[in-house]
Design a protein around this ligand. Sequence first.
Ligand SMILES: [Cu+2]
Length: 496
Amino acid sequence: MTSPLISRRNILLGSLGVASAAALSGCGAPADGGTAPARSFGRPTPITPSPGQRGVKKTLTAAPTTLDLAGREVTTWAYNGSVPGPLVRANAGDFLRLTLNNRLPADTTIHWHGLRLRNAADGVPGLTQDPVASGEKFVYEFTAPDPGTYFFHPHVGVQLDRGLYAPMIIDDPREPGAYDAEWIIVLDDWIDGTGTTPDDVLEKLIADGGAADSGGMGGMDHGSMGGMAAAGPWGDAGDVTYPYFLINGKPATDPDHLSAKPGQKVRLRVINAASDTIFAVALGGHRMMITHTDGHTVKPTEVGAFYIGMGERYDVIVTLADGVFPLVARPFGKTSGGQAMALVRTGKGSRPRADVKPAELAGTILIGSTLQPAESAKLPAKNPDTTLDLSLEGSMKPYRWGMNGAVYGQNEPLSVKEGQRLRINVTNATMMTHPLHLHGHTFALPSGLRKDTVLLAPMQATAIDLDADNAGDWMVHCHNIYHAEAGMMIALKYAQ
Ligand SMILES: [Cu+2]
């Protein structure tokens, strides 16, 4: 396990090294003039909570561990020995002091996905901090300003596709919480420890250009499906063939059990922590009321099923019937590996099969970007002060993904001034779907819907508007972690 990992790391560090050298010599022509010296971040300046600010502390130890997949034990990396890792929960406005203890045989960081936090705590190596070396610790200190459903994961390589992810909930102390119970539902696609690792999968994608060769090594859908797009809105939506899909770390053949009483109202906080899989989610025999996406309130919308892209979150309220029901997350466009399922039990009933197909998934499946924002969640109307273009580009053969004409490190950072309303005209110029994610901010779609991650179908274009109110250097990237790692990222920098 060690040697391919190290060689993979060398490849990645090598290519990043080339990119920084290009920036140094001015070849990359970065917006900051290309004169900045190679950055070393050192230790972050400690910050302290304001008087009266409540503090939340936790240590997250990233280390190798094992995971039981319905009787099959696989080796992986995880936080505090569990998949998903431990919940981090706080109130909006709390001061968080979260210590990463790196016991992995590799560098790592933690990115707090979706949080509008201070730049120094964003967890992006080379942009906001140095990577945290094996055996080292790093303390993340920040205020969590906004309530919502979030998660956290490394921002190094394809480590997200191991077991390194965990939910993060920021509660609104003013919200009454008009429900009886709450379940956190974390979705994932799983390949680590099944004869391969995510590093091997990426290496193979790059080497083979997406050619077919599963052989137990994580083959590519494009080979087996001949590049055929699946029926539905997302066309060609994934690159990796996964043997398992999980809800809360468990496959459908050994499902997580969620218990409540009939008639109770439950809030489900659904998080897609997968690396390469869009899911369609439904609770058999139930309608769901969507109340939030990516932490922002929407006009409550009743659906039978909804899509969720990598990095997206949806909160729904369900009034439970009496019996045993499958909560299913069906991977979009994947022909093997089955589906993810958990069991909701409120009474007597037989256990649904692992391959149960809830009728709700045969009906209309909501596309999240069609939701309407709640009035309170709208970005105030304002003409943009500056407009930028962002083009998502790439191909399977060769396996190369980029933004604005080049891979990350060679593309020119987007630039904004503090206080500006920025409009980014985003175009997906590829035949795949990409979940576009922005760090440290949320953006508004033309409808006003606030998001930090949005699915862009093949050739789809949209404007996103945001207020540049959080100075620093931020990432904009595809949340397909294989695309991101192959270059589909760009920096958004505040000009001095
Ligand atoms: Cu992508």
